[in-house]
Design a protein. Sequence first.
Length: 341
Amino acid sequence: MISDSSSVLLIEDNLGDIVSIRTMISELSDGVFELKFAESLGEALKILENENFDVVLMDLGLPDSQGFRTFTQVHNKMPELPIIIITGLEDEDLGVNAVKEGAQDYLVKGQVDKKLLARSLKFAIERKQTEEELKSSIYERDILLKETHHRVKNNMQVIHSLLSLQSHYAGNMEAINVLKESQNRIKSMGMIHEKLYNSSDRSKINISDYVHSLTSNLLTSYKLSEKILPVIEIGDLELNLETAILCGLIINELITNSLKYAFPNTEIGEVHVSLNWVDNKYELIISDNGIGFPKDIDFKNTNSLGLQLVNNIIFQLEGEIKLDKSVGTKFTINFENLITS
């Protein structure tokens, strides 16, 4: 039996068919079944603008519209509303096409009985309820994810502030620099959650916007915005959350390395960041035109916390890293999106 809370709009201009359908529907309901009529397409469209229905029953031949266009006019206006076509046209091809284009069902007058109509209405109403429940679930999940990203970002801001406060009590420059680098790492992760919080898709991040913000923050942090020119070349790429965080940390560490060591006299220079999809992998290149990487240091085996972190991240990404010392310092990293469970 169909719930008495269900509402149906019947679009039909033939009085005999209206009476027949109304009789069948009244026998299906335990109580008062809400049924409304429209005798033309124009009247139906006006009603749909102001009222909500669970399902539409419609004929294809109306005084102001004939054929399949009748269905498309209603479907285009209310694409999420289940529509059952009930027509005198016994056309199998038309019925198949109607269902492909979004009709819930295609019934032929004279072949419809109470059971067939009940089944069609039941499936239509259940479909609408299921879709509404699914949308509600997706909306709730989206709100939860948004709130999660917001709280993570705020928590990282608190940690960033605590590190800043701690740096005021540090006893030497080495400790201050360590705290500053930790602040920048925290900020690089917090920026990702901030961008995800403001994004319509909270599963991916536009990496170009993020890298521009990250690089600008680092230049400001080291007071080199007037001296060092950032050159960023990144296509319209999106990374999932886990990969974006790891990629961001790599960029943070290697740009920090350039800003700290490549320009010892703070002369004017450039840092370059590029990220592209090459041979079914991401290719990240971070370089500078500074004094070059020290020849006596193995970047894969060093006491530098930053470079150790970079190598560990690349291991997590199952990627590869190469160093070119011919002009300044140039790191080339190839990796794939981190697969999440």
